[in-house]
Design a protein around this ligand. Sequence first.
Ligand code: GDP
Length: 432
Amino acid sequence: RPVVAVVGRPNVGKSTLVNRVLGRREAVVQDVPGVTRDRVSYPVEWAGRRFTLVDTGGWDAKVQGLAAQVAEQAEVAVELADAVVLVVDATVGATAVDEAVVRMLRRSGRPVVLVANKVDDARGEADAAALWSLGLGEPYPVSALHGRGSGDMLDAVLRALPEQTAVGRPDPAGVRRVALVGRPNVGKSSMLNALVGSERVVVDDVAGTTRDPVDELVELGGRTWRFVDTAGIRRKHRSSEGADYYAGLRTQAAIERAEVAVVLVDAAQVLTEQDVRVVQGAVDAGRAVVLAVNKWDLVDDERRRYLERELETELVQVPWAPRVNVSARTGRHLDRLVPAMERALTSWETRVPTGRLNALIAEIVAAHPHPVRGGKQPRILYATQAGVRPPTFVLFTTGFLEAGYRRFVERRLRETFGFEGSPIEVNVRARE
Ligand code: GDP
């Protein structure tokens, strides 16, 4: 799925624009269980095409300075997106910072859609027209707040998207995309080196693949893996709040481009909110997940007992993820990583036969019917699997199911069919 990044100075209305675009979508979105927080990327469907919208806004420029912040934001956008939406405040006009970003975007060759925001009425159109001076072609006048012009803008985004996406280009069958993710210093770069060091790095094009400068193709366990955004992994961290923020952004963008996310945590350190956020990002994106507990060489018995409790209580979103205890330093159990990735991907693509699915549903309905609510008792009539990557089920019911009951059905699906390493989605379609 192509990735579209939204960039622009603070307060030009990036988040409002993203919300506007998503608002149009909420009418058709399915009933997805599970919470989302601190999201930066969102699936969008417009005129029958799907893409992922990445909101690059989100922190204020006090730490780093405005120009540096916007430059870094644009740099991330250019590396990870197929097209960029540059938002400019039409009531302010083009600033020096906007012009610097434009130069960078033009050098990158990525398609850019220029949005002149805060054009709330026809009088503002002249302000928008003034932005032709940026040299990016037609500025699209939009009022993110009121919705004016956003449809035309989305049409322009679709036109700008290349047929073949530059990042996340479909690979030939057999090549799988993996994101090595985790907070800074968990050992991503060490693990990449350990994996790449022991195996052959694919230098030439595998038939039909295109080397992406931010990715690395590695042969492991008899197949070619595309490690996405290794440029982000190898980059030395700049120690500022801003760098953390952009590291988070890159992480989510890498997850979006991958099929399986290997989430690294540091066995020697207390689990943090940041670890949880990375895991949540992978689950939200609907990717297969493997948990790699790294630096196992540093774990003694006491730490180990505590760690087990932490993992159990903190990473409640992924009790289904295969876990490997590894050491990038000593090489311990690194050979278990690829089989775990394979298992997770197999689950991610599992299709359950309709007969077996409905046998389970019949059993649930008979043995554990939905509780009576307000004199009514919603019943599941039947179920189908609507899709894979990840497995997505639709329950056809006579009424709305309580969240608790839906979770119960989800749990039974897992108990029956496994899905080790894959999230599953359960949607409900009620016929009143
Ligand atoms: P990244 O920020 O996630 O890429 O982390 P790095 O790969 O740069 O590693 C951060 C630090 O942890 C470095 O000092 C590594 O040498 C160290 N490190 C990485 N993996 C291991 C491991 O398995 N065991 C130990 N003891 N140290 C590790």
